[in-house]
Design a binder for this molecule. Structure first.
Ligand code: P1T
Length: 381
């Protein structure tokens, strides 16, 4: 089955009692049992819920994986992966990544004795020097948030397999439509489904997919024990959103290209980050492991002052200033004060994330209106 067909049908059957084509919202916390230990596979809704089960099968199919699990947020999914580790274990993570992922590692898990090294993975061989017998997880985000760096998943997977370390890839920016980390050798793929998968900025949710029955069982145990599960209604909204993922992503990519090309040609613009630009330093990795380039674009101004950056961000009328990404509507974010504020300024700057970087989640509106909005905003500086 090809992607668009899977997005609409994988894991989804008409409801057996009424034939309802859309998966019902099973808004129940518990299930009647015929006798002690005799039930229909559902005992208590933190453990299993039929709306969630369908969604978990669907996201697993989209990632070409066998097992899917959904969580109350992307961060709850990250949390579950790190809870596979124990005190004294170590993580190697890429050095440009979502601020919340950095925060949970440094502010929650380091306090519990799980330490991390944040390293440059542009050259995959670089990570070998940081591996110790205690390293139990390699965490990759690609494309990275917000600098849109690319990491070669296949090359990192060769190293993780050699050392028998679990490799988890945060595939939020790419989505399974553009990239499938399990096919490239990753052990677990993680999503903030809040973003492109949901696609309409109305649900917060996370997902994990793996091909390992053992890892799945451990993650399902954590999901049930810790209880960060999504509501049945949110699972319904997520299933509905995913049905159009493929057509939305095509439009995001098309608009992302137009926006990036416009920015590159503008005399007031400094650096432009979009993975589809042939001038992007790792465009070849996008060509190798992705099927398109998406709608995430970042840029700086030529006159690179914070005052000017703020003026531009506050002048948009079609782009909404706010956190998040991946919805049908265009959003503009200031990573330094919003999504990446949890990373100390010196660390941000050492990684190339300046206070003047502007991040755009290019939506699926008419590109001409988005470009006109940008043009107008730039007139103010
Ligand atoms: O927000 P939540 O669903 O909990 O997902 C966290 C998360 C994990 N990974 C990546 C790559 C992310 O971008 C996020 C959330 N990011 C934003 C809210 C943002 O605006 O960048």
């Amino acid at each position: 089955m090809k992607f668009g067909t899977k997005a609409i049908h994988a894991g989804i059957e008409p409801e057996p009692i009424t034939g309802a084509v859309m998966t019902p919202i099973f808004q129940t916390s518990t299930y009647a049992q015929e006798g002690i230990g005799k039930h229909k596979g559902y005992e208590y809704a933190r453990t299993q819920n039929p709306t969630r089960t369908v969604l978990e099968k669907n996201i697993a199919a989209l990632e070409n994986g066998q097992f899917g699990l959904c969580f109350a947020s992307g961060m709850a999914a990250v949390d579950a992966v790190i809870k596979l580790l124990k005190q004294g274990d170590e993580i190697i993570a890429c050095n440009d990544l979502y601020g919340g992922t950095y925060r949970i590692i440094t502010k929650i898990f380091e306090g519990l004795g799980i330490n991390a090294k944040f390293v440059d993975m542009e050259n995959p061989a670089n990570i070998e020097q940081y591996i110790t017998p205690k390293t139990k997880l390699i965490w990759v985000e690609t494309p990275t948030n917000p600098l849109l760096n690319l990491i070669d998943i296949e090359e990192i997977a060769k190293i993780s397999k050699k050392h028998q370390i679990n490799l988890c890839v945060d595939n939020t920016f790419a989505t399974p439509y553009l990239q499938n980390p399990l096919d490239l050798g990753a052990d677990i793929v993680m999503h903030s489904m809040t973003k492109y998968l949901g696609g309409h900025s109305d649900v917060v949710m996370g997902a994990l997919v793996t091909n390992s029955a053992e890892t799945h069982a451990k993650l399902a145990f954590i999901q049930n024990s810790c209880g960060a599960v999504p509501s049945p209604h949110d699972c319904f909204l997520m299933l509905r959103g995913i049905k159009t993922l493929h057509i939305r992503m095509d439009r995001h990519s098309e608009n992302g290209k137009k926006m990036a090309e416009y920015l590159v040609g503008h005399h007031k613009i400094g650096k432009v980050y979009w993975i589809g630009l042939p001038t992007h330093k790792n465009h070849h990795i996008a060509l190798k492991q992705m099927r398109g380039f998406g709608g995430m674009v970042a840029f700086t101004l030529k006159n690179d002052s914070l005052e000017n950056a703020i003026k531009v961000m506050e002048s948009f009328e079609v782009f909404t200033l706010g956190e998040s990404l991946g919805g049908v509507e265009s959003l503009c974010t200031h990573p330094a004060t919003m999504t990446h504020a949890a990373i100390p300024k010196e660390d941000r700057e050492a990684r190339g994330l300046s206070d003047t970087l502007i991040r755009l989640s290019v939506g699926i509106e008419d590109a001409d209106d988005l470009i006109a909005d940008l043009e107008n905003a730039l007139k103010n500086i």
